[in-house]
Design a protein around this ligand. Structure first.
Ligand SMILES: [Zn+2]
Length: 298
């Protein structure tokens, strides 16, 4: 290595460590007079402001203080409600902080069940410990619940098992905004069917269909990850899901093995736009295969 190369390497390493120590980057985008979205390293956070401050999802645990500061840019009020779209740690990480300062946490029954017991993440191959009582939802529901806040009606609706068995989508009825949690990724990745959390590909497809049936071309759609988008983008997501599902189901009916189906590349035309580092094409085919194979293999 030349001296110039060594200096260059040192500069790169110094830059990398400086970045690691920097405060997490969060940014806020205003959607309507009373709804904003905070983008960060975890799941997308919706902020409701007006008479009452509330959040949908609350990021990773170590983002808590930065999230609090970012929310304060939109509303000076303390957060009174938190709705969790599902239990995953990148969507419920600040529950303890917010619950501890008086926020009422609302979620589907299965979110409380999973947060209150140790879980195993297949993705990370690690145990996730039970959350403390202060982080648990105190209002839970089986099918749906409606919150009436800031002059709007928030319909929180449980979906059939998809990403997990506890996913809800939240409609802001008057503002015509919907938060889909991880039932929709707009981050260039395939869906993540978390079988360890009771997921199934059917629920992903059904959730997209339900939102498409109700959404207008002007509806603002908040995905679990990625930029806020619209009905058109959700239509192409739905098309991708059903195309791959149909191909995989057909191959299963013809007696193909998982390896056979993966070799057939049933996702080919979608790979350029959806194959991120998170869920590869092979992994998505495995999710579809596992959802529909008679033995399920799990
Ligand atoms: Zn998730």
């Amino acid at each position: 290595m030349t001296t110039a190369q060594s200096i260059f390497l040192v500069l790169i390493l110094a830059g990398a460590s400086a970045r690691a120590e920097e405060a997490p980057k969060l940014s806020t985008v205003k959607l309507t007079d009373r709804i904003s979205v905070i983008y960060g390293p975890g799941g997308n956070v919706a902020v409701g402001s007006g008479d009452v401050a509330f959040l949908i999802d609350d990021e990773l645990d170590f983002i808590g203080p930065a999230l609090k500061a970012e929310v304060a840019k939109t509303t000076p009020k303390p957060v009174r409600f938190v709705i969790n779209t599902h239990w995953h740690p990148d969507h419920t990480g600040s529950n303890a902080m917010l619950g501890g300062s008086g926020a009422v946490i609302v979620a589907h029954d299965n979110v409380r069940k999973r947060l209150s017991t140790e879980q195993f993440s297949v993705m990370k191959n690690a145990k996730i410990p039970a959350s403390p009582a202060v982080a648990l939802p105190v209002i839970t529901f089986a099918d749906s619940v409606t919150l009436h806040l800031n002059g709007d009606d928030l319909e929180v609706q449980h979906m059939a098992p998809g990403h997990t068995d506890g996913d809800s989508i939240i409609w802001f009825v008057k503002d015509d905004v919907v938060h889909m949690g991880d039932m929709f990724f707009n981050s260039g990745t395939y869906p993540y069917v978390d079988f360890g959390s009771g997921g199934h590909l059917d629920g992903y497809i059904e959730a997209a269909q339900k939102v498409l049936a109700r959404a207008k071309p002007t509806t603002k759609i908040i995905p679990g990850h990625g930029q806020v988008t619209d009905k058109k983008q959700l239509e192409s997501w739905h098309k991708m899901l059903v195309t791959v599902r149909d191909r995989v189901k057909k191959a299963i009916a013809a007696g193909k093995s998982l390896a056979d189906v993966q070799a057939m590349k049933p996702t080919a035309e979608f790979d350029a736009s959806h194959q991120g580092k998170f869920i590869s094409a092979e992994k998505f085919v495995e999710e579809a295969y596992q959802s529909y194979a008679p033995t399920k293999g799990r």
